[in-house]
Write a protein of this length. Sequence first.
Length: 69
Amino acid sequence: MEVKASMAGSVWKMNVTEGAEVKEGEDIAILESMKMEIPIPAEKGGTVKELKVAEGDFVNEGDVLVILE
């Protein structure tokens, strides 16, 4: 399952690492846009297979942040 950015912004903080277990609703990352911090939650629980972005990267709406399995 892919966790995608809900809006364009900079990746302010990644709250997970590869191999980490996440629960449904847990914040995967925090984006910063227009001085606001926007948490990006996991829609389903799982294990982090791959991080597709790093802190400081700019993402557009719909970009994949993390792949869960």
